[in-house]
Design a protein around this ligand. Structure first.
Ligand code: SAM
Length: 240
């Protein structure tokens, strides 16, 4: 039998479909993302001036299919979930949970309260669909730099590719909020490289500079750019 090869529709057809599915702003955003690859400075100014808007237009079905199409993403989520479970946390808050990939990987390992916040409504909508029926993780639309929780309300707080998407001043506020809301552990998968939508931070160095003890720090084995990959777990109150 002759295999059926479906070719990708040409650009105008893709733009038209994008417009039909989510309107003119979404279609325009998609065109700019695809066509400005050789101009990262313009891309940052035109597309990333407002990170929340970017992640609202970028998030949803498209992003979901793109991520789920990469096996390395699933291997990484499983690896992170396995590492986090080893600390036997009694509750976890994931800040910037996206469509809930890590929350799903965590639920299959841990029977503890799980919560995810994200500032993108389209990502959270996708998460509602991705979490299986009966999944009891609490999902809240909120900003990482202003968490709607009292001090020390989660045993472990987690970010995976979130702080790096925020400019330095906001990144600092997110870290401080995590330390306020976390009780024992703050765990991060935050790469150190930068691009038009990434600022790239050495999170482990940030903790060390403030005298916070790290239980572990190093690259994630399956990451394709090990030099920029970083996973670390900070012990927030080691004496208690
Ligand atoms: C690259 S995605 C990663 C999603 C998820 N953590 C994962 O690993 O699959 C970044 C996510 O962080 C969210 N995000 C970025 N900055 C945020 C902020 N300041 N407050 C809340 N969510 C944020 C975005 O909306 C997006 O869903």
């Amino acid at each position: 039998m002759v295999p059926i090869v479906r070719s990708r529709p040409v650009m105008p057809v893709r733009v038209w479909r994008a417009f039909r599915s989510r309107g003119v702003e979404y279609a325009w955003h998609k065109v700019l993302r695809r066509s400005l690859s050789s101009r990262p400075g313009w891309k940052r100014r035109l597309l990333y001036a407002d990170p929340r808007k970017y992640w609202t237009l970028r998030g949803g079905d498209d992003y979901f299919r793109e991520q789920e199409g990469q096996e390395a993403r699933s291997l990484r989520a499983d690896w992170i979930a396995e590492r986090l479970a080893a600390y036997r946390p009694t509750s976890i808050l994931e800040v910037g949970c996206g469509y809930g990939k890590l929350l799903v990987a965590l639920r299959s390992r841990l029977d503890i309260p799980l919560a995810g916040i994200d500032f993108s409504p389209t990502q959270l909508e996708q998460a509602q669909g991705f979490l299986q029926p009966g999944h009891d993780a609490l999902l809240i639309l909120s900003r990482g730099e202003r968490l709607p929780f009292p001090d020390q309300s989660f045993d472990m707080v987690v970010t995976s590719a979130v702080i790096l998407h925020n400019p330095p001043e906001v990144a600092g506020r997110i870290r401080r909020e995590l330390i306020r809301v976390g009780r024992r552990f703050a765990a991060h998968n935050e790469e150190t490289d930068s691009s038009y939508n990434r600022y790239g931070y050495d999170t482990a160095a940030w903790y060390r500079a403030r005298g916070v003890v790290l239980a572990e720090s190093g690259p994630i084995p399956m990451d394709t750019h090990p030099a920029a990959s970083q996973f670390c777990v900070a012990l927030l109150r080691p004496g208690e």
